[in-house]
Design a binder for this molecule. Sequence first.
Ligand code: MTE
Ligand code: MO
Length: 212
Amino acid sequence: MTEAGGADADTANSAAIEDLTDLYREYGADRLPPGQRETDRFPVLSKSGTPSWGPDTFEFEVWGAVEDPLAYSLSAFRDLPSVTQRQDFHCVTGWSKFDCAFTGVEFGEIVERAGVRDDAEHVLFHALDGYTTNLSLAECAREGVLFAYGFDGDDLPADHGGPIRVVTPHKYAYKGAKWVSGVEFLTEKELGYWERRGYSDTANPWNEERYS
Ligand SMILES: Nc1nc2c(c(=O)[nH]1)N[C@H]1C(S)=C(S)[C@@H](COP(=O)(O)O)O[C@H]1N2
Ligand SMILES: [Mo]
C-alpha cells in the first residue's frame, strides 16, 4: 500500500476543505435523519469481510454506455484532480457519523473522461468483494459523490473500503461501494446487491427510505 504521505500530500495541495454537511437542509431542518443515532466511532459494515488487493495490480475500470472505456492503476487514479470534502455518513442500520473528511475524485470527473453517452441513465458500481450497488446517473452527478481514497488526511483504511470507495452523503451508505473496482454506465436500471434483497433503491435517509 502507498505510504500515508500520498493522501497527506493531496490534502495539503488541494484548496480548503469543502463543507457539505448542510446538504440535509434540502430535506428538512434536522441534520440527523429520523431514527438515526450519532456516533463518534466509525463502525465497519461489510457483507463478507475485507478483500485483498495489491497496490501494483489494482485497477479501476469504467465501461458500458461510454465513448471511451477507461482503466486506471491506483497511482494513475490518485493523480486525477481531487477534492477534500467534509460530509456526514448515514448507515441504514441506524448510526450516523458527522464530519467525515473524504479526499477523492468527483464522480463528474470520471463522466467527462469516459465520455458518458447521452442514452446512459443508470450506474452500477462493482466492488472487489462481489458487492454491487446502483444509482441513477442524475443522483451520481450531485455534488458530494466521490471516489474517495483519503479519510481524515490519511489513506482510506482497508476496512472502510481502501484503496477506493464511493461516498454518497445524500443516501444511506450502502449506496457507496467500498473497494470499488469498476463503474458501469447503463441505459436500463440494474439493481445492486442490497437493492435486490429488499433494501430501498432510493435510500433517502431523511425520508427513512430503508426498505423497498
Ligand atoms: N464492497 C462493499 N461495499 C459496501 C458494503 C459491502 O459489504 N461491500 N457494505 C455497505 C454498507 S451496508 C454500509 S453501511 C457501508 C459501511 O461502510 P463502513 O464499513 O466504512 O462503515 O458500506 C457499504 N458498502
Ligand atoms: Mo449499511
